[in-house]
Design a protein around this ligand. Structure first.
Ligand code: SF4
Ligand code: SF4
Length: 76
């Protein structure tokens, strides 16, 4: 049987480190990282892709359209 799973993908170079996305995740898996992008900002990241429920809250709150939610099918 095929199951769907989702996870966020970050276009890190667009991120301005505002941390808004870290405030809305119901699974608390969106965090600021210790990586710095080309613009000199700390970027956000996902700490556990497998815990994502695909709600898209993180993508929708980002003012800079950094985050896309990818959806894939997993065959079982
Ligand atoms: S899509 Fe929802 S559950 Fe997944 S990382 Fe974003 S806010 Fe969290
Ligand atoms: S809301 Fe967008 S710009 Fe702000 S930290 Fe998150 S990904 Fe970066």
């Amino acid at each position: 049987m095929a199951k769907a799973f989702s996870y966020p993908v970050f276009k890190e170079d667009r991120c301005k480190g505002c941390a808004l996305c870290t405030t809305v995740c119901p699974r608390d898996i969106v965090k600021m990282s210790d990586r710095i992008n080309k613009k000199g900002y700390f970027v956000s990241t996902v700490t556990d892709k497998s815990a994502c429920i695909g709600c898209t809250f993180c993508a929708r709150i980002c003012p800079d359209v950094v985050i896309e939610i990818h959806r894939e099918k997993k065959e079982e």
